[in-house]
Design a binder for this molecule. Structure first.
Ligand SMILES: Cc1ncc(COP(=O)(O)O)c(C=O)c1O
Length: 376
């Protein structure tokens, strides 16, 4: 038997909806299924405006344009994240300021935030790692006192909550991912959540190639024209059809993932304590999104050995996020070894176990049996 790390296959009516989208003749952006996705996300999250995008990367790119990030600005970003969080701002000419993460949740270490702010700082982009909320009370307080915009990278965290409030509803803007590795997917896709109503009209323009086409379609103007910078950030309605099929199954998806996560946690708890392995840490005031199950092995060597050992048994596990400040680009912005010690350590130790919507109990048992028999 082999156990996939991920499986983005349909769980509901995705293929039926794709056929409907194709038959309807509206397969470009902002068709009926895009509108259903917008309504579902706006209704569920209570966000004033949601716009589907072609990726989370593009939702982040739109955020940087919307915030008027300029060359010379500084943006504060956790060192332990995907490149898109930082690239969006660097594309506008900003200098990234990387700060280290907390050793427990692996989220941006809010105690290091204030010291990283300078007169040139414009924005903070916290990442809710694994869909466990960052310390948003502290982050929002600091951002408000220094008049900084907050863009939440919520790629992992749809439907997660911090102190009862949905992730993605704290900052002026938030970015979601519907990449095939996420809880809800359409292959490649994303969404921009716009919590600041003043940004809505310009967001529509930026998403529609810098034109006021959305106002034209709503009959608010009689012709549309080029009014701002922008690009083509709206996905085909075929993708939205697949995504809607997934969103419709949100309770089933989330409850299955909760069972998987709890099973790993319970099944590996004693083993982890005995071997100095750290299981994920979720503060009791955070409702996580059950996006992934990661563990921190005691050393890089043991992490690599476990990945190989599982692979020999047909079980795929992965690691991710190399410290951004030590990448070629990070070094070009002045990063050097020792700047973010927690990230440097964690990126050597982290392993992600198979975790997806179609993972079965039998497959999970096989993964856990293999791990419990791993020789340190
Ligand atoms: C934290 C984070 N932000 C952004 C992205 C980019 O998402 P997308 O592939 O939808 O552009 C990812 C991708 O996995 C991610 O992990």
């Amino acid at each position: 038997m082999s156990v996939d790390f991920n499986n983005p296959s349909p769980v509901g009516r995705e293929l039926e909806y794709i056929a409907q989208a194709v038959q309807s003749g509206h397969i470009s952006g902002d068709g009926p299924f895009t509108k259903k996705c917008h309504a579902t996300l706006q209704g569920e999250l209570g966000v004033p405006k949601v716009l589907l995008t072609t990726s989370c990367t593009h939702a982040l790119d739109m955020s940087a344009i919307l915030l008027n990030i300029q060359p010379g600005d500084e943006v504060i970003i956790p060192d332990f994240t995907f490149v898109s969080t930082v690239n969006a701002f660097v594309l506008r000419g900003a200098k990234p300021v990387f700060i280290d993460i907390r050793p427990d949740t692996l989220n941006l270490d809010e105690s290091k935030l204030e010291a990283a702010i300078t007169a040139r700082t414009n924005a903070i982009a916290p990442v809710h790692y694994a869909g466990v909320g960052c310390e948003m009370d502290v982050i929002m307080d600091i951002a408000n006192r220094h008049n900084l915009a907050v863009v939440e990278d919520n790629a992992h965290g749809l439907f997660g909550k911090y102190k009862g409030k949905y992730l993605g509803t704290f900052g002026a803007l938030a970015a979601q991912s519907f990449h095939e590795t996420k809880n809800f997917n359409c292959g490649e896709g994303g969404a921009l959540l716009i919590n600041d109503p003043e940004l809505v009209e310009r967001a529509e323009i930026i998403r529609e190639k810098g034109t006021n086409r959305s106002r034209f379609f709503r009959g608010q103007i009689d012709k549309y024209t080029w009014v701002d910078i922008g690009s083509s950030y709206l996905p085909s309605d075929i993708l939205a059809a697949y995504l809607y099929g997934q969103l419709e199954q949100r309770e089933k998806i989330q409850s299955h993932r909760k069972v998987l996560w709890d099973t790993y946690h319970l099944g590996l708890m004693d083993w982890a304590a005995k071997h100095d392995v750290k299981l994920p840490s979720v503060p009791d005031y955070c409702e996580q999104s059950y996006h992934m199950f990661q563990m921190l092995m005691p050393t890089l060597e043991l992490r690599q050995k476990l990945i190989m050992y599982l692979r020999e048994r047909g079980i795929l596990s992965v690691f991710h996020y190399l410290p951004l400040h030590l990448s070629d680009m990070g070094r070009s912005f002045g990063g050097s070894a020792g700047d973010c010690p927690v990230t440097e350590r964690v990126s050597d130790q982290l392993i992600r176990l198979p975790f997806h919507n179609l993972l079965t109990g039998a497959e999970q048992e096989e993964v856990m049996d293999a791990i419990l028999n791993f020789k340190f």
